[in-house]
Design a protein around this ligand. Structure first.
Ligand SMILES: [Ca+2]
Length: 324
């Protein structure tokens, strides 16, 4: 039986490819897509998500969610994904309207209806945080919460310390990390460098695979491609959300993972949204540390799985399979 999945997303171009991968995979049954503030306002993210569903010829409900961070000012990523989030390709408007009801309610209902479901988060954690606060009973019903977000003790992409999804709504991210959800953190560092599609990879998609889905996947990322090179100095096309989705579909694409306490810095001047990973387990040695980390420590052994490395060849092979 296909595995049930629900996807929470601030749908811009790399989210679209991640959604496409889940929709096209024969072993994944996407029950719903919930849209959150982030890269785009929810209204635009919703358009992008619904268009992607239609490109795949599927019929999956897309619910609109929270259009702001819990307490922070808005900061959208137009500079990265283009004004429409989809590389300004002038795609037609989707035919389907958003599904009736709110994304937070949909998350709670769909998780309750599908015990063991996989939750994949591709944007800021606002919707998911509100869902677990309103309905803590959903936490043990989620078998895996695969998260594109954070940067495990390394460089950020929106500030030197933080990855965008966590930085946009750090309070929400902290709520999710502390909630007990079985988070698998696929951080920014695993989604760049050799994970990027090279010029040759992109040519392979468009000229050899050469399907509508292959063209869509590369074309909608035109803005992201130039931003990745010019803003971040990283050659090639980074596709962070699809890398996380690849691991959600096939956990063995993550080649090294370990469990840790992870906290989110909400107060730091330079470190807002930093994901602080207790990589060496030092929080247990010192009274001050133990107290500071109480919200996680009192829940028992570390339960956040940090993905440290991926098999870049296999992630790309899975992508290629799903855009054929
Ligand atoms: Ca995203």
């Amino acid at each position: 039986m296909p595995r049930a999945m629900i996807i929470d997303t601030d749908t811009a171009s790399d989210d679209a490819v991640a959604i496409l991968m889940a929709l096209q995979h024969p072993d994944i049954d996407v029950k719903a897509i919930t849209v959150v503030n982030g890269n785009m306002p929810v209204a635009q993210g919703s358009i992008n998500a619904r268009y992607t569903v239609e490109v795949c010829g599927k019929d999956v409900p897309v619910y609109d969610g929270v259009d702001a961070a819990i307490t922070r000012d808005l900061y959208r990523a137009y500079f990265f994904h283009g004004p429409d989030g989809m590389g300004n390709m002038n795609y037609p408007a989707p035919k389907a309207p958003p599904a009736p009801g709110h994304a937070v309610e949909a998350l709670i209902r769909v998780i309750r209806e599908n015990p063991g479901i996989i939750l994949v988060t591709l944007g800021p954690l606002t919707n998911v945080a509100l869902a677990v606060l309103q309905a803590p009973d959903i936490v043990p019903l989620v078998s895996r919460c695969v998260m594109m977000g954070g940067a495990a003790n390394c460089v950020g992409n929106i500030t030197p310390a933080a990855e965008y999804n966590i930085w946009v709504d750090p309070e929400a991210a902290r709520t999710v990390f502390r909630s007990g959800l079985p988070v698998e953190m696929v951080g920014w560092e695993t989604c760049r460098g050799e994970a990027n599609l090279t010029e040759e990879d992109m040519r392979y998609c468009k000229e050899v695979i050469n399907t509508p889905l292959a063209h869509f996947s590369i074309d909608c990322n035109a803005s992201a491609l130039s931003a990745n090179i010019n803003w971040l100095g990283d050659p090639g096309l980074a596709l962070p959300d699809p890398v996380a989705m690849a691991i959600a579909i096939d956990p063995t694409i993550c080649t090294r993972a370990s469990k840790h306490y992870v906290e989110v810095e909400c107060d730091g001047t330079y470190t807002r949204g930093m994901t602080v990973v207790d990589e060496l387990g030092v929080t247990k040695y010192d009274t001050a540390n133990v107290e500071m980390w109480q919200p996680l420590v009192k829940k028992g052994e570390p339960h956040i799985t940090v993905c440290w490395t991926i098999d870049a060849k296999r992630w790309k092979a899975l992508l290629y399979d799903l855009i054929k």
